[in-house]
Design a binder for this molecule. Structure first.
Ligand SMILES: Nc1ncnc2c1ncn2[C@@H]1O[C@H](COP(=O)(O)OP(=O)(O)OP(=O)(O)O)[C@@H](O)[C@H]1O
Length: 315
Protein backbone atom coordinates (compact mmCIF):
# COMPACT_ATOMS: atom_id res chain seq x y z
CA UNK A 1 0.00 0.00 0.00
CA UNK A 2 1.30 3.45 -0.81
CA UNK A 3 1.39 5.58 2.29
CA UNK A 4 -1.25 8.08 1.34
CA UNK A 5 -3.83 5.57 0.11
CA UNK A 6 -6.87 5.80 2.39
CA UNK A 7 -9.52 3.82 0.52
CA UNK A 8 -9.08 1.21 -2.18
CA UNK A 9 -12.30 -0.07 -3.76
CA UNK A 10 -11.45 -2.93 -6.09
CA UNK A 11 -14.02 -4.19 -8.57
CA UNK A 12 -16.87 -4.55 -6.10
CA UNK A 13 -20.24 -5.94 -7.17
CA UNK A 14 -23.54 -6.41 -5.35
CA UNK A 15 -26.76 -8.06 -6.49
CA UNK A 16 -29.85 -7.88 -4.30
CA UNK A 17 -32.60 -10.50 -4.42
CA UNK A 18 -36.07 -9.03 -4.10
CA UNK A 19 -39.60 -10.33 -3.71
CA UNK A 20 -41.10 -13.77 -3.51
CA UNK A 21 -39.35 -14.91 -6.73
CA UNK A 22 -35.98 -13.55 -5.51
CA UNK A 23 -35.65 -11.36 -8.61
CA UNK A 24 -32.06 -10.15 -9.16
CA UNK A 25 -31.30 -6.43 -8.92
CA UNK A 26 -27.73 -5.73 -9.94
CA UNK A 27 -27.16 -2.61 -7.83
CA UNK A 28 -23.38 -2.50 -8.39
CA UNK A 29 -21.78 -4.38 -11.30
CA UNK A 30 -18.19 -3.22 -11.15
CA UNK A 31 -16.93 -0.26 -9.19
CA UNK A 32 -13.28 0.55 -8.54
CA UNK A 33 -11.65 3.74 -7.30
CA UNK A 34 -9.07 4.91 -4.81
CA UNK A 35 -9.05 7.83 -2.42
CA UNK A 36 -5.82 9.43 -1.22
CA UNK A 37 -5.10 11.20 2.03
CA UNK A 38 -6.37 14.78 2.17
CA UNK A 39 -8.69 14.48 -0.81
CA UNK A 40 -12.30 15.44 -1.11
CA UNK A 41 -13.49 12.70 -3.46
CA UNK A 42 -16.88 13.10 -5.15
CA UNK A 43 -19.16 10.16 -5.87
CA UNK A 44 -21.85 11.15 -8.35
CA UNK A 45 -24.40 9.42 -10.55
CA UNK A 46 -28.11 9.42 -11.35
CA UNK A 47 -30.78 7.92 -9.06
CA UNK A 48 -30.37 4.17 -8.76
CA UNK A 49 -26.79 4.22 -10.12
CA UNK A 50 -25.48 2.24 -7.15
CA UNK A 51 -23.85 5.00 -5.09
CA UNK A 52 -25.52 4.19 -1.76
CA UNK A 53 -24.87 0.48 -2.22
CA UNK A 54 -21.21 1.31 -2.92
CA UNK A 55 -21.13 3.42 0.25
CA UNK A 56 -22.71 0.59 2.22
CA UNK A 57 -19.94 -1.73 1.00
CA UNK A 58 -17.34 0.90 1.98
CA UNK A 59 -18.79 1.32 5.45
CA UNK A 60 -19.10 -2.44 5.92
CA UNK A 61 -22.92 -2.44 6.12
CA UNK A 62 -23.23 -4.62 3.01
CA UNK A 63 -20.82 -7.36 2.02
CA UNK A 64 -19.80 -7.26 -1.67
CA UNK A 65 -20.53 -10.38 -3.76
CA UNK A 66 -17.21 -9.81 -5.51
CA UNK A 67 -14.17 -7.59 -5.11
CA UNK A 68 -12.83 -5.97 -1.97
CA UNK A 69 -12.71 -2.73 -0.05
CA UNK A 70 -9.54 -1.87 1.85
CA UNK A 71 -9.38 1.01 4.27
CA UNK A 72 -5.95 2.18 5.46
CA UNK A 73 -4.59 -1.05 3.95
CA UNK A 74 -6.93 -3.27 5.98
CA UNK A 75 -10.12 -5.06 4.97
CA UNK A 76 -12.98 -2.72 5.85
CA UNK A 77 -14.47 -5.42 8.05
CA UNK A 78 -11.59 -4.95 10.53
CA UNK A 79 -12.61 -2.98 13.59
CA UNK A 80 -9.28 -1.14 13.50
CA UNK A 81 -10.09 0.14 10.00
CA UNK A 82 -13.69 1.06 10.82
CA UNK A 83 -12.59 2.99 13.92
CA UNK A 84 -10.79 5.42 11.62
CA UNK A 85 -13.91 6.16 9.56
CA UNK A 86 -16.91 8.41 10.29
CA UNK A 87 -20.18 8.07 8.41
CA UNK A 88 -23.15 10.31 7.74
CA UNK A 89 -25.81 8.10 6.08
CA UNK A 90 -28.37 9.45 3.64
CA UNK A 91 -31.40 10.77 5.61
CA UNK A 92 -29.95 9.94 9.03
CA UNK A 93 -32.45 9.09 11.74
CA UNK A 94 -31.19 11.06 14.69
CA UNK A 95 -33.51 10.06 17.56
CA UNK A 96 -35.76 13.14 17.51
CA UNK A 97 -36.62 13.06 21.21
CA UNK A 98 -32.95 13.43 22.23
CA UNK A 99 -31.28 16.79 22.71
CA UNK A 100 -28.14 17.39 20.63
CA UNK A 101 -25.88 16.89 23.63
CA UNK A 102 -27.70 13.66 24.58
CA UNK A 103 -27.45 12.39 21.01
CA UNK A 104 -23.70 12.86 21.13
CA UNK A 105 -23.57 11.10 24.51
CA UNK A 106 -25.46 8.18 23.00
CA UNK A 107 -23.09 7.85 20.03
CA UNK A 108 -20.12 8.54 22.32
CA UNK A 109 -21.22 5.58 24.43
CA UNK A 110 -21.26 3.36 21.34
CA UNK A 111 -17.70 4.48 20.63
CA UNK A 112 -16.68 3.66 24.21
CA UNK A 113 -16.15 7.30 25.23
CA UNK A 114 -16.70 8.39 28.82
CA UNK A 115 -19.56 10.77 29.54
CA UNK A 116 -17.12 13.60 30.22
CA UNK A 117 -15.25 12.96 26.97
CA UNK A 118 -18.52 12.72 24.99
CA UNK A 119 -19.63 16.06 26.43
CA UNK A 120 -16.27 17.65 25.72
CA UNK A 121 -16.31 16.48 22.10
CA UNK A 122 -20.02 17.31 21.71
CA UNK A 123 -19.41 20.93 22.64
CA UNK A 124 -16.39 21.17 20.41
CA UNK A 125 -17.96 19.46 17.38
CA UNK A 126 -21.41 21.00 17.65
CA UNK A 127 -19.56 24.32 17.86
CA UNK A 128 -17.57 23.51 14.73
CA UNK A 129 -20.78 22.78 12.79
CA UNK A 130 -22.44 25.96 14.09
CA UNK A 131 -24.80 24.37 16.63
CA UNK A 132 -23.38 25.72 19.90
CA UNK A 133 -26.66 27.50 20.54
CA UNK A 134 -28.66 24.29 20.16
CA UNK A 135 -26.83 21.88 22.49
CA UNK A 136 -29.86 21.49 24.74
CA UNK A 137 -32.54 21.60 22.08
CA UNK A 138 -34.33 18.38 21.00
CA UNK A 139 -33.41 17.20 17.50
CA UNK A 140 -37.15 17.24 16.60
CA UNK A 141 -36.98 21.05 16.83
CA UNK A 142 -34.02 21.27 14.43
CA UNK A 143 -34.38 22.49 10.85
CA UNK A 144 -33.25 20.10 8.10
CA UNK A 145 -29.93 21.92 7.78
CA UNK A 146 -29.34 21.73 11.54
CA UNK A 147 -30.11 17.98 11.47
CA UNK A 148 -27.57 17.45 8.71
CA UNK A 149 -24.98 19.42 10.66
CA UNK A 150 -25.73 17.41 13.80
CA UNK A 151 -25.31 14.27 11.67
CA UNK A 152 -21.90 15.49 10.54
CA UNK A 153 -20.92 16.19 14.16
CA UNK A 154 -21.99 12.62 14.99
CA UNK A 155 -19.82 11.32 12.12
CA UNK A 156 -16.83 13.21 13.56
CA UNK A 157 -17.29 12.06 17.16
CA UNK A 158 -14.65 9.33 16.99
CA UNK A 159 -12.15 11.81 15.46
CA UNK A 160 -11.99 9.77 12.22
CA UNK A 161 -9.35 10.38 9.57
CA UNK A 162 -11.78 9.40 6.80
CA UNK A 163 -15.34 10.75 6.64
CA UNK A 164 -18.07 9.37 4.37
CA UNK A 165 -20.90 11.81 3.68
CA UNK A 166 -23.87 10.35 1.78
CA UNK A 167 -26.01 13.19 0.39
CA UNK A 168 -25.20 15.63 3.20
CA UNK A 169 -27.03 18.42 1.34
CA UNK A 170 -30.21 16.47 0.73
CA UNK A 171 -33.31 18.65 1.06
CA UNK A 172 -31.39 21.80 1.97
CA UNK A 173 -31.97 25.30 0.63
CA UNK A 174 -29.08 27.11 -1.11
CA UNK A 175 -27.84 28.64 2.15
CA UNK A 176 -27.91 25.28 3.94
CA UNK A 177 -26.11 23.69 1.00
CA UNK A 178 -23.43 26.35 1.10
CA UNK A 179 -22.95 25.85 4.84
CA UNK A 180 -22.39 22.12 4.35
CA UNK A 181 -20.07 22.76 1.43
CA UNK A 182 -17.99 25.19 3.50
CA UNK A 183 -17.97 22.71 6.37
CA UNK A 184 -16.63 19.95 4.13
CA UNK A 185 -13.83 22.22 2.92
CA UNK A 186 -13.08 23.11 6.55
CA UNK A 187 -12.89 19.40 7.45
CA UNK A 188 -10.31 18.88 4.73
CA UNK A 189 -8.36 21.86 6.06
CA UNK A 190 -8.32 20.08 9.42
CA UNK A 191 -6.68 17.08 7.77
CA UNK A 192 -9.67 14.83 7.08
CA UNK A 193 -10.08 12.78 3.92
CA UNK A 194 -13.64 12.92 2.62
CA UNK A 195 -15.91 10.88 0.39
CA UNK A 196 -18.63 13.29 -0.67
CA UNK A 197 -21.65 11.76 -2.39
CA UNK A 198 -23.98 14.42 -3.76
CA UNK A 199 -26.43 15.31 -6.51
CA UNK A 200 -25.45 18.98 -6.29
CA UNK A 201 -22.99 18.89 -9.16
CA UNK A 202 -21.84 22.54 -9.06
CA UNK A 203 -20.80 21.95 -5.43
CA UNK A 204 -19.02 18.70 -6.32
CA UNK A 205 -17.22 20.59 -9.08
CA UNK A 206 -16.26 23.37 -6.70
CA UNK A 207 -14.96 21.41 -3.72
CA UNK A 208 -13.91 17.96 -4.92
CA UNK A 209 -10.42 17.17 -6.14
CA UNK A 210 -11.40 14.01 -7.95
CA UNK A 211 -14.66 12.38 -8.82
CA UNK A 212 -16.09 9.00 -9.84
CA UNK A 213 -19.18 9.08 -11.99
CA UNK A 214 -21.23 5.92 -11.49
CA UNK A 215 -23.95 4.85 -13.88
CA UNK A 216 -25.84 1.57 -13.84
CA UNK A 217 -23.54 0.06 -11.29
CA UNK A 218 -20.32 0.86 -13.14
CA UNK A 219 -17.77 3.69 -12.99
CA UNK A 220 -18.14 5.66 -16.22
CA UNK A 221 -15.48 8.27 -15.51
CA UNK A 222 -12.99 8.86 -12.78
CA UNK A 223 -10.31 11.49 -12.43
CA UNK A 224 -9.38 14.98 -11.41
CA UNK A 225 -12.22 17.39 -12.09
CA UNK A 226 -9.94 19.63 -14.16
CA UNK A 227 -8.99 16.63 -16.32
CA UNK A 228 -12.58 15.53 -16.87
CA UNK A 229 -13.69 18.96 -17.98
CA UNK A 230 -12.79 20.27 -21.41
CA UNK A 231 -10.92 23.56 -20.79
CA UNK A 232 -11.90 25.13 -24.09
CA UNK A 233 -14.47 27.91 -24.20
CA UNK A 234 -17.75 26.52 -25.57
CA UNK A 235 -19.50 29.87 -26.03
CA UNK A 236 -19.57 33.46 -24.83
CA UNK A 237 -22.67 34.74 -23.12
CA UNK A 238 -23.12 38.49 -23.27
CA UNK A 239 -25.60 41.17 -22.31
CA UNK A 240 -25.67 44.37 -24.36
CA UNK A 241 -27.75 47.44 -25.08
CA UNK A 242 -28.37 48.97 -28.49
CA UNK A 243 -28.42 45.59 -30.28
CA UNK A 244 -29.90 45.48 -33.79
CA UNK A 245 -30.98 42.98 -36.44
CA UNK A 246 -28.25 44.39 -38.73
CA UNK A 247 -25.66 43.46 -36.12
CA UNK A 248 -27.03 39.91 -36.08
CA UNK A 249 -26.53 39.82 -39.87
CA UNK A 250 -22.97 41.10 -39.57
CA UNK A 251 -22.09 38.53 -36.93
CA UNK A 252 -23.23 35.72 -39.25
CA UNK A 253 -22.20 32.23 -38.00
CA UNK A 254 -20.50 33.72 -34.94
CA UNK A 255 -23.96 34.29 -33.47
CA UNK A 256 -25.57 31.27 -31.82
CA UNK A 257 -28.56 32.81 -30.15
CA UNK A 258 -30.13 36.19 -29.41
CA UNK A 259 -33.21 37.35 -27.57
CA UNK A 260 -34.26 40.62 -25.96
CA UNK A 261 -35.19 41.10 -22.31
CA UNK A 262 -36.69 44.61 -22.37
CA UNK A 263 -34.04 46.79 -24.01
CA UNK A 264 -31.20 44.45 -23.05
CA UNK A 265 -30.04 41.83 -25.56
CA UNK A 266 -28.96 38.43 -24.24
CA UNK A 267 -26.59 36.97 -26.84
CA UNK A 268 -24.66 33.70 -27.20
CA UNK A 269 -21.59 33.73 -29.43
CA UNK A 270 -19.51 30.74 -30.52
CA UNK A 271 -16.53 29.91 -28.33
CA UNK A 272 -14.03 29.80 -31.22
CA UNK A 273 -14.53 33.37 -32.45
CA UNK A 274 -11.81 36.00 -32.58
CA UNK A 275 -13.10 37.79 -29.48
CA UNK A 276 -11.30 41.09 -29.97
CA UNK A 277 -12.39 41.46 -33.57
CA UNK A 278 -15.98 40.50 -32.69
CA UNK A 279 -16.15 43.01 -29.83
CA UNK A 280 -14.86 45.73 -32.18
CA UNK A 281 -17.54 44.83 -34.70
CA UNK A 282 -20.22 45.05 -31.99
CA UNK A 283 -18.91 48.43 -30.80
CA UNK A 284 -18.80 49.80 -34.35
CA UNK A 285 -22.47 48.80 -34.77
CA UNK A 286 -23.30 51.05 -31.78
CA UNK A 287 -24.10 48.29 -29.24
CA UNK A 288 -22.71 48.53 -25.71
CA UNK A 289 -21.62 45.30 -24.04
CA UNK A 290 -22.56 45.29 -20.34
CA UNK A 291 -21.23 41.86 -19.44
CA UNK A 292 -19.36 39.06 -21.13
CA UNK A 293 -19.01 35.57 -19.69
CA UNK A 294 -17.02 32.74 -21.30
CA UNK A 295 -18.82 29.40 -20.78
CA UNK A 296 -16.80 26.22 -20.33
CA UNK A 297 -17.86 22.62 -19.90
CA UNK A 298 -19.36 21.91 -16.46
CA UNK A 299 -19.49 18.66 -14.51
CA UNK A 300 -23.22 18.71 -15.20
CA UNK A 301 -22.50 18.54 -18.97
CA UNK A 302 -20.22 15.49 -18.47
CA UNK A 303 -22.87 13.90 -16.23
CA UNK A 304 -25.63 14.37 -18.82
CA UNK A 305 -23.40 13.15 -21.65
CA UNK A 306 -22.35 10.00 -19.77
CA UNK A 307 -25.76 9.11 -18.40
CA UNK A 308 -28.00 10.12 -21.28
CA UNK A 309 -29.49 6.64 -21.41
CA UNK A 310 -30.65 7.05 -17.79
CA UNK A 311 -34.25 7.28 -18.89
CA UNK A 312 -34.18 3.78 -20.37
CA UNK A 313 -35.55 0.89 -18.40
CA UNK A 314 -33.04 -0.71 -16.09
CA UNK A 315 -31.94 -4.13 -17.39
N1 LIG B 1 -31.78 -3.30 -0.12
C1 LIG B 1 -32.09 -3.36 -1.41
N2 LIG B 1 -32.83 -4.37 -1.90
C2 LIG B 1 -33.12 -4.44 -3.21
N3 LIG B 1 -32.72 -3.53 -4.14
C3 LIG B 1 -32.00 -2.50 -3.71
C4 LIG B 1 -31.64 -2.34 -2.33
N4 LIG B 1 -30.91 -1.21 -2.20
C5 LIG B 1 -30.82 -0.67 -3.44
N5 LIG B 1 -31.46 -1.45 -4.34
C6 LIG B 1 -31.56 -1.20 -5.80
O1 LIG B 1 -30.24 -1.14 -6.28
C7 LIG B 1 -30.11 -0.12 -7.26
C8 LIG B 1 -29.06 0.89 -6.81
O2 LIG B 1 -29.55 1.55 -5.65
P1 LIG B 1 -28.67 2.58 -4.81
O3 LIG B 1 -29.53 3.01 -3.67
O4 LIG B 1 -27.36 1.99 -4.52
O5 LIG B 1 -28.51 3.77 -5.86
P2 LIG B 1 -28.12 5.30 -5.66
O6 LIG B 1 -27.16 5.63 -6.74
O7 LIG B 1 -27.68 5.53 -4.27
O8 LIG B 1 -29.50 6.04 -5.92
P3 LIG B 1 -30.06 7.42 -5.31
O9 LIG B 1 -29.26 8.51 -5.93
O10 LIG B 1 -31.49 7.43 -5.79
O11 LIG B 1 -29.94 7.34 -3.82
C9 LIG B 1 -31.49 0.49 -7.43
O12 LIG B 1 -32.11 -0.17 -8.54
C10 LIG B 1 -32.19 0.13 -6.13
O13 LIG B 1 -33.58 0.00 -6.32
Amino acid sequence: MTEDLVLDVQDVAKTYRVGFFRKRVEAVRSVSFQIRRGEIFGLVGPNGAGKSTTIKMITGLVRPDRGQVRLFGMPVTHTAARARMGFLPENPNLYPHLKARELMRYYGGLLGLSLAESDRRAEQLLGQVGLSHALDRPISKFSKGMKQRAGIAQALLGDPEFVVLDEPQSGLDPIGRREIRDLVVELRRRGKTILFCSHILPDVEEICDRVALVHRGRVRETGFIHELLDPKILRYELFARGWSDELNQQLGPRLLHHFDVGDVARVDLRGDIDLEETLQLIARAGARVESLQPQKQRLEDVFIRDTNDAGEAQP
